[in-house]
Design a protein around this ligand. Structure first.
Ligand SMILES: Cc1cc2nc3c(=O)[nH]c(=O)nc-3n(C[C@H](O)[C@H](O)[C@H](O)COP(=O)(O)OP(=O)(O)OC[C@H]3O[C@@H](n4cnc5c(N)ncnc54)[C@H](O)[C@@H]3O)c2cc1C
Length: 489
């Protein structure tokens, strides 16, 4: 059987993980594979990139790390031989802070600490207890088929735990994870587990009690995971993945590829056109570029598909990295960082105390703080010049952390379309996308635009997509001799 030809569009973590899983899966099935990865930029990695300078600062362009509770990511780390470079976050990261009425308040981690905490007023704490008596909503788990049953994270929070909880705790959490607005994002799409818990247990407290009992019986370590990175930052994952792919004779990685159009031949094989693109034909296309890019190159294949992809909004974000001599920071920075609820009316979404989270991120005696600004609710800050963004971050951090003097290092990283926003209607849109793709055999969509924005979600989905594609290819009829003749290599 001739090798099956597959092209992956986009060399971010989603594309690279899918490529590695595809090669592994093809090995398992004894399927001959010829794999091409087309990446728009001059190097692979997408959001995963680590910047280092000669003074000893090491900072992340995008993700800070990943939780060690996703087996697919751990399998990838294993397969790439990266275990020795895994870096566990410091134990101090369990201390996390919220800005409440202008002051930093630690998020309590036990029921007793929660009762004593000034985070919420007494009436809000009593309202939270009322969660036990609120019946489960009807239509849970049907947001894709019946979009009218979808609800925002904010609505869910108000309904089950009260408005104060939604505004003080849920709102900043959504900003921290998605750069998003809890009043816009779909609970079913962003936190599907919450929907399951309410549906299966009747409420969140009931679910917590049931799961705690189950864990006790299984002496399970718990589902939440510990944040990890690598000694050389998230770049280690990308460098190892790229090296492994380039060393595999079945694979070629092409950077600076400009995809202009994608077409299907009369016999259903796929062709890619554009400068520096290997044109194919291919038996399968796995599009791992962000939905806004896929919307452009797939609209010629199917205008409805292009429209649906283009409807997924993205939030912009600016990362403002600031370095200080530790002695100039009044706060001990023993923690993960702080998040800012919308009602505090600040420009920053939050700040991570990076040098407290992972060792080796700042020179000796220095502290690295990574601030986030922008997001879905405050995109206008992206219009500011870099210097103004630095000043904005300094003005908001100084009184909170007792910072004196100018930073020893300042760097602004801009993400014009940082993170896909799973707004209400996202589950229905995913269903419609799946229906459109089902009419285009060989075409698969993957990546953080769809079913999970985290590195872990990308790795988990990569395994599923790779298995599906290999299954599909193993059952494919052989290409006609004329099609094989047209091949570009
Ligand atoms: C500031 C920030 C902080 C984050 N923090 C975390 C975190 O701490 N933990 C976490 O798990 N996640 C975090 N995330 C999310 C994380 O970055 C994503 O999960 C992950 O990067 C998504 O990978 P991806 O491959 O889907 O997309 P991307 O990383 O966007 O990669 C897509 C790739 O496709 C390429 N491309 C685009 N258009 C085309 C085209 N037309 N043709 C070919 N290639 C194309 C791009 O150049 C890019 O390389 C963060 C994101 C941001 C922006």
């Amino acid at each position: 059987m001739p090798d099956r030809r597959v092209v992956i569009l986009g060399g971010g973590i989603a594309g690279l993980a899918t490529a590695l899983d595809l090669l592994h899966e093809a090995d398992q099935r004894g399927l001959g594979l010829d794999l091409t990865i087309l990446e728009r930029d001059s190097a692979c990695g997408g959001n995963l990139r680590t910047l280092r300078d000669d003074d000893g600062w090491q900072l992340e362009w995008g993700p800070n790390g990943f939780l060690d509770n996703e087996p697919a990511t751990l399998r990838l780390v294993d397969r790439l031989g990266l275990h020795d470079r895994l870096l566990r976050s410091s134990d101090v990261t369990r201390h996390r802070f919220l800005l409440v009425r202008g002051r930093l308040v630690e998020i309590p981690t036990s029921p007793g600490a929660f009762v004593r905490s000034p985070l919420l007023p007494l009436r809000a704490k009593l309202r939270m207890l009322g969660e036990l008596f609120i019946p489960a909503r009807k239509g849970l788990g049907l947001a894709a088929q019946r979009p009218e049953t979808d609800e925002t994270i904010y609505e869910f929070g108000c309904r089950r735990l009260g408005r104060e909880f939604a505004e003080v705790m849920l709102d900043p959490m959504v900003k921290g994870i998605f750069g998003g607005d809890a009043r816009q994002l779909s609970l079913a799409a962003a936190f599907p587990r919450m929907v399951e818990l309410e549906r299966d247990h009747g409420g969140l407290f009931r679910a917590m009690i049931a799961l705690a009992r189950k864990r006790k019986r299984k002496t399970d370590a718990g589902p939440s995971g510990v944040l990890h990175s690598f000694t050389g930052g998230m770049q280690d994952l990308i460098s190892a993945a790229t090296t492994a792919l380039e060393a595999d004779p079945r694979c070629r990685v092409i950077c600076s590829a400009r995809i202009e159009t994608i077409d299907r031949d009369a016999d259903g094989r796929w062709r890619i056109d554009g400068p520096n693109c290997a044109p194919g034909p291919y038996d399968a296309v796995i599009d791992a570029s962000p939905a806004h890019a896929a919307a452009v190159h797939l609209r010629g294949v199917d205008p409805d598909l292009g429209r649906l992809l283009g409807e997924i909004p993205f939030a912009p974000m600016a990362v403002i990295a600031l370095g200080f001599a530790q002695k100039r920071v009044g706060h001990d920075l023993q923690g993960f960082g702080l998040l800012v609820p919308t009602r505090e009316d600040r420009d920053l979404l939050g700040a991570l105390w990076t040098s407290s989270i992972f060792r080796g991120r700042a020179p000796e005696g220095m502290a690295l703080i990574r601030c986030m600004a922008g997001g879905a609710a405050n995109p206008q800050v992206m219009d500011l010049e870099d210097e103004d963004l630095v000043n904005l971050a300094l003005a908001e951090l100084r009184p909170l952390l007792g910072i004196k003097g100018a930073p020893a290092m300042a760097r602004v990283i801009r993400h014009p379309r940082a993170i896909a926003q799973y707004v209400v209607g996202h589950p229905a849109r995913l269903l419609a996308l799946a229906e459109r793709c089902a009419r285009l055999p060989g075409l698969h969509l993957t990546g953080s635009s769809y079913a999970g924005i985290s590195v872990n979600s990308c790795c988990k989905e990569a395994e599923a997509v790779a298995a599906r594609v290999v299954e599909e290819l193993a059952g494919l009829p052989l290409p006609s001799p004329s099609a094989a003749f047209k091949e570009d290599r």
